[in-house]
Design a protein around this ligand. Structure first.
Ligand SMILES: [Zn+2]
Length: 177
């Protein structure tokens, strides 16, 4: 029992992903219905189940929009793989703390930017003013698709794709490649 199950809200909006065990509990308690089956069956001591692959909750859940995790890769993605000082685009990017750490700069979306090696070296441990450098745009927390959590699954669970609105799917697939 390890396959992932897509959970839709009562209004058919993708909500999250759970495991089969959790999905079967929801179904048995009448809290969810199966919309798509996966391949094969799950055996438990008492029963056989057709594998659920997509389920829909019988009640509406309200939840906040998910947030992007603060990682190097996500900072590069937010900055479109572009040095935020000189505008060079490329693979050889580094992460720069706008206010240096030893000056109290924090590890936050607002203080981290993508920088090419040359710019990062030039800026060193200085502030923007001291280095006489400027940012192309103020860094901020990126907005994230509500289906962000799904992007790692969509390649292998193709039967889920029809439940994701197309306009959300396109950037997700680009994101995953
Ligand atoms: Zn640069």
């Amino acid at each position: 029992m390890s396959a992932a199950v897509l959970v839709l809200n009562q209004n058919y909006e993708p909500l999250n992903v759970c495991n089969e065990r959790r999905a079967i509990v929801l179904i048995n308690r009448g809290k969810a219905e199966v919309l798509e089956h996966g391949k094969g069956h799950i055996r438990t001591p008492s029963q056989n189940y057709a594998r659920p692959s997509v389920i829909r909750l019988m009640y509406l859940i309200r939840r906040p929009r998910p947030k992007a995790r603060l990682t190097r890769r996500e900072v590069f993605l937010r900055d479109n793989f572009t040095c935020q000082y000189c505008g060079a685009r490329g693979k050889d990017l580094t992460i720069d703390h706008v206010i240096p750490r030893h000056r109290g700069g924090k590890h936050t979306w607002e203080n981290l930017v993508s920088a090419c090696r040359a710019c990062n070296h030039r800026k060193g441990g200085k502030t923007l003013e001291e280095a006489k450098m400027a940012l192309r745009r103020p860094p901020s927390q990126p907005k994230v698709s509500p289906y962000y959590v799904l992007n790692q699954y969509l390649q292998s669970y193709t039967e889920w794709q029809k439940f994701i609105p197309e306009w959300e799917l396109a950037p997700l697939m680009a994101h995953a490649s």
